[in-house]
Design a binder for this molecule. Structure first.
Ligand SMILES: [Zn+2]
Length: 566
């Protein structure tokens, strides 16, 4: 047992996190657990398995980030926390109970269920009373949505590409604690000459690190593909014909290829099978296919792309993939379908009538409201429907440049439009500034009817302080109200944040999740006071700090770097 004790303690470090608290949804509670403890005995079964060992390590890291309590194993401690996997609950579900000795048992139906149970226990506990005060939430919970993914964009030296491995990996684990079961990434072929391009190798290394962190705690991983996108210099003769784009919504980097030209088809399938081979060691669980922005071909055979060229090529890539990973699941996105109208939704429905054996989910969403077609006409292929909420770029640029962008009312409104018909989704994250928006989406996927206010309150209690939930809820409301136009409410929001800041512990003050929220309030309030003039040492200091938190010193050319102040 001594070996494991060192293991848990040795890996308890990591990025500085935040200040947690009691969840608002607590139920019954183990009596006598409510005093703070400074030593926790984490008990794993005799043969715990790699994922359970790692989930234990994540528990230890979280506790040590938030308070001085030590997590040990096989030792005499003031609190026993037992982890177990006992199939029989719903898939990915968990149960938290007290045991006869005043300890806590966290039971997962499977590895991921255990991860989510540990997350719930961490969030129902508090850390500000001189140690670890175990939460009193007891009960059973299981997810309603089966596909609860987060898409981490790794490009232009944003956080997910530029940050040290440990920070990114800890972040992936943190998403797991909130209910994510899949992490997806994209390999941006168009920015590289070939797989041997040093930048491509660096990017692939980072993707591996992200996947390793996810797999280590039992999560699944997937690649987002624009299946007709080539490397930076595909042969001229196989290039795609630009697609009609009356609304100017689509990117076109000039490297898309036409899969209806035999050499183009061969180039693309070969490129993607070689890409899959790069992940042979770690395994792939999902492919998510993207039609536009980037992607598409407007030639007479491929067009309408969403009804012909795109599903055809996606099916061929899935088949090539299944030779390597037989259990692979696939998701077809319908992003920008029928903008302008081209019969893409209807054509896809017809396409899938003849064969849908290669496909598991349809993804739908848009820059604005949720698309009507799948709600009014049914989902093509009668497949489960998932969404793609835009949590990163809406409303302001540079993305993340002003700190946290909490938009709970916006996402509740969009979620309501989908009428409870979704089986999950995959928010697109450009950086950690949208953390709270990711959590809101993950919790909607977990329990479709959960009010957004309830989710936000659980987040605020856990990440900041259970005693500041009311003030912070009000501040978040004001920050959302002033997201597209600053005003007197910007100053009011900052005043609330300052009040809370004065009461937080040093650990809580230093946590990045607090700093990005606090700096958002500071920046907006200062800009309002200065009539939007980008000047002065306060703004400079705030933007510089955000840049350091995001590791965005070399970010670009996309607007990912906080503004510069002269
Ligand atoms: Zn074509």
């Amino acid at each position: 047992m001594s070996g494991r004790r060192e293991f848990l303690e040795g890996l308890a470090g990591g990025i500085v996190a935040a200040f947690p608290g009691v969840a608002s949804s607590s139920a019954l509670g183990p009596a006598g657990n409510l005093a703070p403890r400074n030593k926790i005995d984490l008990v794993l079964p005799p043969k715990p398995g790699v994922a359970m060992e790692n989930i234990g390590r994540v528990f230890a890291r979280q506790v040590s980030q938030r308070c001085d309590a030590r997590v040990t194993s096989g030792d005499h401690a003031t609190l026993r926390v037992m982890l177990a996997i006992e199939p029989g609950l719903s898939s990915e579900g968990f149960r938290i109970t007290d045991d006869s000795n005043g300890g806590v048992r966290i039971i997962g139906d499977d590895e991921r269920g255990l991860l989510y149970g540990v997350g719930k226990f961490l969030r129902s506990s508090r850390y500000d009373q001189g140690g670890f005060t175990p939460g009193d939430w007891c009960g059973t919970s299981a997810p309603q949505g089966s596909f609860r993914a987060i898409y981490l964009a790794t490009h232009f030296m944003n956080f997910y590409e530029a940050a040290p491995a440990l920070e990114v990996q800890s972040y992936v684990e943190d998403l797991g604690l909130w209910g994510a079961n899949v992490v997806t990434v994209h390999f941006p072929t168009w920015t590289f000459k070939c797989f041997d391009d040093p930048a491509a190798r660096r990017n692939l290394q980072q993707l591996h690190r992200i996947f390793q962190a996810a797999k280590a705690v039992g999560m699944e991983v997937g690649l987002v593909l624009c299946p007709n996108q080539g490397f930076a210099t595909p042969p001229q003769e196989i290039r795609a014909v630009p697609v009609p784009d009356d609304l100017g919504r689509r990117g076109h980097f000039g490297v898309n290829c036409c899969p209806s030209i035999p050499a183009g088809h061969e180039y693309l399938v070969s490129l993607y099978t070689r890409l899959f081979d790069k992940f042979k060691d770690i395994g792939l669980d999902y492919l998510v296919f993207w039609p536009y922005d980037e992607g598409g071909c407007g030639c007479p055979i491929c067009w309408p792309w969403g009804a012909r060229g795109f599903p055809n090529l996606s099916r061929d890539v899935v088949q090539a993939m299944r030779a390597r990973f037989p259990a692979i699941k696939s998701v077809l996105s319908t992003w920008c379908y029928d903008t302008p109208p081209a019969g893409e939704w209807e054509g896809l429905a017809k396409f899938l009538k003849s064969d849908k054996s290669w496909l598991d989910y349809i993804m739908a969403d848009s820059h604005t409201d949720f698309p009507r077609y799948p709600l009014d006409h049914g989902v093509p292929g009668a497949l489960p429907l998932v969404n793609f909420p835009e949590i990163s770029m809406w409303g302001r640029s540079p993305w993340g440049g002003y700190g946290a962008n909490p938009l709970p009312a916006r996402f509740e409104g969009l979620w309501t439009q989908t009428q409870g018909r979704l089986a999950g989704g995959m928010p697109y994250s450009e950086g950690i500034y949208d953390d709270i928006n990711e959590i809101i989406c993950l919790q909607f996927y977990w329990k479709k009817s959960r009010p957004v206010d309830d989710i936000v309150r659980e987040y605020l209690a856990f990440e900041y302080s259970p005693d500041a939930v009311d003030e912070l809820s009000e501040a978040i409301g004001l920050l959302e109200k002033t997201w597209t136009k600053r005003g007197p409410d910007s100053a009011e929001a900052f005043a609330l944040l300052q009040k809370v800041d004065a009461r937080l512990t040093p650990r809580a003050k230093a946590a990045w999740r607090w700093r990005i929220l606090y700096l958002r309030g500071l920046i907006d309030s200062e800009l309002y006071r200065r009539n939007d003039k980008m000047e002065g040492p306060v703004l400079k200091g705030a933007f510089d700090e955000l840049t350091r938190i995001y590791h965005a010193e070399n970010a670009g050319p996309m607007p990912l770097k906080p503004p510069r102040v002269a």
